[in-house]
Design a protein around this ligand. Structure first.
Ligand code: NOJ
Length: 463
């Protein structure tokens, strides 16, 4: 492996910090949405806010040389005017310094879904002012941490949180409105470009990218109808994020189709210029599975997500575009209905690199499982095999010339998994109900694998 290859793991502020109302933190949209709906929340989560020193030490002792985490916007800025909360800055400076003291590279996501409620109140991502609020927030982050951090991510998974919040309706603000989804999605991509512009303008050291919920698209057969369905699916799931961030172009065929049905007058020439001029330095790809599609057959657009892991249903049917297949005979699925498909990662990496020619980090990869964490050690051989096979897929892609520069397991330790709560565990380290940490078997395996410089990986080929 290259000497500077990053072997790390990842978390996100709302999912692990807790301390939702401490040290002058403002409310986030998740605080309000979960409290109002009386749902399981991240008030305490993994209590990382109070235990980050212990967590980072453990990560370093696990042989990892990088930690991907996010900054909480409502912890850093108190209001829409952008008043800085010095306590928030002090917290993150100390967290970052702790990383550096342990030889761990801080890989910083600026926004991982916890929007300040003061922005949600005025329309959230439907209000273009939020984009400028984000720009100001980025400037504050670069100024406050730019002397210590060299790897920046503007936004985590634009597709996932905007479709969940504005189309599927299972994330705040809980809307189901295609027009709103399109507008929110556009504003998020514009905001990301403004963040990149602020980084370039300030002349900060290092690099800046975006993180995408990468879902490479496969088709049920080779027919033209299926290929058209695949293009629709790719535009829906991937291209509007990756093309826009990496090439500065919103897919033109997507705009043509959308303009037939929706008013796109919120798209302004001056925004498009900023998007074009401010593309990213690298792509962060979160890989959990691929998307298998067939041509659209009938019925209304229908989107549902299994958030229970107990027989809930996943559906993606976009009227006139495509249908996703979730029940392929012989395929292996986790309890939440996500197919385990490492082969998709190899193929996806080859496609993404061919299209964008940018360095790639796998910024998340992991498996969510219901686990009994009261035991001495969780024997998560399924996680070890999942990670082995996905890293093998990455190595195959690297052998074929793809420039992959790092791998982050999701997650560093158990944390609050959004609407799946604490039931769906992803950590390399178990976090018990009383918040004690106990490394799982996978933590030790990952350490050995890193120490072996990847040689411990059992190599695989598919087909
Ligand atoms: C992607 C998201 O970035 C993260 O927040 C989430 O918990 C994981 N996927 C697992 O679903």
């Amino acid at each position: 492996m290259e000497k500077d290859f990053l072997w790390g793991s990842a978390t996100a502020s709302y999912q692990c910090e807790g301390a939702w109302n401490e040290d002058d933190k403002a409310l986030s949209n998740w605080d309000v949405y979960l409290h109002e709906n009386k749902l399981e929340n991240g008030d305490v989560a993994s209590d990382h806010y109070h235990r980050y020193k212990e967590d980072i030490k453990q990560l370093a002792e696990g042989g990892q040389n990088a930690y991907r985490f996010s900054l909480s916007w409502p912890r850093i800025l108190k209001d829409r005017e952008g008043t800085v909360n010095e306590k928030g800055i002090a917290f993150y400076r100390d967290l970052i310094k702790t990383c550096l003291e342990h030889g761990v590279r801080p890989f910083v996501t600026i926004f991982h879904w916890d929007l300040p409620e003061y922005w949600q109140e005025v329309g959230g991502w439907l209000n273009a002012d939020v984009c400028y609020g984000f720009e100001r927030y980025c400037e504050v982050c670069f100024q406050a941490f730019g002397d210590l951090v060299e790897d920046w991510v503007t936004i985590n998974e634009p597709k996932y949180f905007t479709s969940s919040g504005y189309l599927i309706g299972n994330y705040p603000p809980g809307h189901q409105n295609p027009e709103e989804f399109i507008k929110a999605a556009y504003n998020v991509m514009y905001a990301s470009a403004l963040g990149v512009r602020a980084f370039r303008k300030g002349g900060y050291k290092g690099q800046i990218g975006i993180v995408h919920s990468f879902a490479p698209v496969n088709g049920i057969d080779d027919t033209l109808k299926t290929k058209i369905a695949m293009r629709y699916a790719d535009n829906y799931a991937n291209n509007w994020v990756l093309d826009t961030a990496a090439k500065g172009e919103i897919p033109f065929d997507l705009l043509c189709v959308l303009s037939q049905k929706y008013d796109l007058s919120f798209i302004k020439e001056e925004h498009l210029k900023i998007i074009k001029e401010n593309t990213v330095d690298f792509l962060g790809l979160n890989y959990y599975s691929h998307i298998l599609v067939k041509p659209y057959t009938e019925g209304e657009t229908s989107l549902t997500v299994n958030n229970t892991g107990k027989g809930g249903k996943n559906t993606v049917i976009i009227k006139g575009w495509f249908e996703q297949i979730f029940d392929l005979p012989g395929a292996v699925y986790n309890e939440w209905g996500t197919q385990i498909y490492p082969k998709g990662l190899e193929k996806g990496l080859l496609e993404a690199y061919e299209k964008y020619h940018l360095p790639i980090y796998i910024t998340e990869n992991g498996i969510g499982v219901r686990e009994d964490v009261s035991v001495e050690q969780v024997e998560d051989d399924y996680r070890i095999s999942f990670m082995n096979d996905h890293i093998a897929a990455i190595f195959n892609a690297m052998d074929k010339g793809v420039e992959v520069k790092g791998y982050f397991a999701w997650a560093s330790f158990d944390l609050y998994s959004w609407k799946n709560g604490m039931a769906k565990r992803y950590g390399l380290v178990a976090v018990d109900d009383d918040l004690t940490r106990r490394p799982k078997k996978s933590y030790g395996w990952y350490k050995k694998m890193i120490e072996s410089d990847g040689k411990l990986i059992e190599r695989k080929t598919w087909d």
